[in-house]
Design a protein around this ligand. Structure first.
Ligand SMILES: Cc1cc2nc3c(=O)[nH]c(=O)nc-3n(C[C@H](O)[C@H](O)[C@H](O)COP(=O)(O)OP(=O)(O)OC[C@H]3O[C@@H](n4cnc5c(N)ncnc54)[C@H](O)[C@@H]3O)c2cc1C
Length: 463
């Protein structure tokens, strides 16, 4: 369909104010938080499921690619429209439709910003667990599509463990409900939608589980001279049978970026810090905090501090939650990776990573969910230096391969998107990938819904 006609059709559905087609305005939708780029032909901002359905039907009839978009904080190119087409931005569908404190659930639209949900439920002493560090910006729809995690997912699970049901608009415009407020027998289709990166359908409502706020919380900062010792402490804590609500690690370079920016109280001389939080009943929490202090000291911690009040706790967390932004002070660009390794292989993989950094001549800083072995190396580079982007991608691939070789995988929470589609054969056989492509076709009948994501291009052609 010719672009002017497409714009006219979209204006007829959502109104002229909510269709963006000027080339300079489209630039904003060219990228997410990754290094991928791709311009859409047009952006539509629907406000109802009916409008979403009409747009999907139009795109289906005309064979136009559709790329759903939340806030664009994704780190794997998921919302980047590589093949152009329509970007469906959920900015206006940002309403919390229902909070049911008795049944401990909420119904939200996909454009609700993550932290706004917990802010709205706090008056009932309830919260929504998945708390990505980007939670002040990212949307619940984007979280569902990426099966997002966060510092507090170690004990309670990632997004998929907190989604009860979704309303989904399929590629042909049909609207279906998968899952619901109560358990349903049959296939777990909600589980398939969560983490599907916008390639199976467009999520327009989400029923989420809410958790009661804990009676007591203890936040500890364990300070180590070396990263290796901090990594051993992580394994030792879990081996003791303690599953903290959060167990996060930051290395020397990250601390050096965070402190001048956030003043979180992380000591400049530290080689690594662990930010550990335990929560639950008062007596149990006190006991676990004492045990953790003992374990960290036995593993060689220079010091273990405990937050004495809410303000101190907030400061410690501000350092962690703003760390990735603070890393921006160290270099013009950084490439943020997302790999998973068995906890016991953390030291081995960190050493290989340091070696990769040295060989490629890049500094790498690490801030990550150590408790579940989900590492986030940030490779510092400069896109303005000729050939650096290419080399940073090579270094990134080498680090992710080291994760896979250690028994881990290529993503813990940021998804595959465009960025890691070529690495899928490292972890899946041809037959596995064929089965996934067949599942996608069962949902989309070959329609170009978020095309180019997840599958290596030669596999995607089999659609
Ligand atoms: C500083 C920083 C820190 C981060 N920390 C974390 C972290 O701790 N944990 C974590 O998991 N991630 C983290 N991320 C990554 C990112 O915030 C998450 O992946 C988040 O879930 C993306 O949400 P979004 O609204 O920005 O989605 P987008 O980036 O806009 O889109 C992400 C994917 O979701 C799809 N999508 C969006 N809305 C819909 C919908 N309604 N229906 C179907 N598909 C849809 C898109 O097509 C795309 O594939 C971080 C990112 C940054 C920049």
């Amino acid at each position: 369909m010719e672009k002017q006609r497409l714009v006219r059709e979209l204006v007829a559905i959502v109104g002229s104010k909510w269709v963006i087609s000027n080339p300079e305005d489209l630039l904003v939708f060219e990228y997410d938080g990754s290094v991928s780029r791709g311009l859409p032909d047009v952006v539509a901002l629907p406000s109802t499921v009916d409008e979403v359905s009409k747009i999907m039907r139009l795109a289906h009839q005309e064979g136009i690619p559709v790329v759903p978009r939340g806030s664009g904080t994704g780190l794997s190119g998921g919302s980047v429209p590589e093949s152009g087409g329509i970007v469906l931005a959920f900015t206006r569908m940002n309403h919390i439709l229902e909070i049911d404190p008795v049944n401990r659930l909420a119904v939200v639209e996909p454009g609700v910003v993550n932290i706004d949900l917990t802010s709205a439920t706090s008056k009932y002493s309830l919260h929504y667990v998945p708390d990505p560090s980007s939670q002040r910006a990212c949307t619940i729809g984007g979280n569902v599509a990426e099966n997002a995690g966060g510092p507090h997912c170690l004990a309670y699970g990632v997004t998929t463990n907190h989604v009860l049901g979704t309303e989904v608009v399929l590629a042909n415009g049909d609207v279906v409900w998968l899952g619901g407020k109560t358990c349903k027998p049959g296939y777990d289709l909600t589980g398939i939608i969560v983490g599907s990166e916008g390639t199976l359908g467009v999520v327009t409502k989400i029923i989420v589980r809410l958790m009661p706020d804990p009676e007591s919380i203890e936040t500890l900062l364990a300070i180590f001279k070396e990263m290796d010792k901090a990594a051993s402490a992580v394994s030792a804590i879990i081996a003791r049978g303690i599953i903290p609500a959060a167990l996060e690690m930051m290395d020397r370079l990250t601390i050096q970026a965070v402190e001048p920016a956030i003043h979180a109280g992380y000591p400049a001389e530290a080689g690594a810090v662990l930010l550990i939080e335990v929560e639950g009943l008062k007596e149990e929490v006190a006991e676990q905090a004492n045990d953790i202090e003992g374990i960290c000291s036995a593993e060689g911690a220079m010091e273990v501090r405990r937050a004495k009040n809410a303000l101190e706790k907030e400061r410690l967390w501000a350092g962690r939650k703003n760390a990735i932004g603070a890393i921006g002070r160290l270099s013009p660009n950084y490439y943020l990776l997302d790999g998973v390794v068995p906890r016991t292989k953390l030291v081995e993989v960190m050493r290989k990573m340091a070696d990769t950094g040295q060989r490629f001549g890049f500094q790498i800083c690490n801030v990550f969910h150590a408790g579940d072995g989900n590492i986030h190396p940030n490779i510092l580079f400069n896109t303005q230096v000729h050939g650096e982007t290419q080399r940073v991608l090579q270094a990134g691939a080498e680090i992710l391969k080291a994760c896979v070789d250690a028994g881990g995988t290529i993503t813990g929470e940021h998804g595959v998107g465009l960025e890691k589609r070529e690495y899928m054969p490292w972890i899946f056989s041809d037959e596995d990938l064929e089965a996934m492509v067949r599942l996608r076709v069962a949902f989309t009948h070959g329609a170009p819904l978020n095309p180019g994501k997840i599958f290596p291009p030669r596999k995607a052609r089999n659609e």
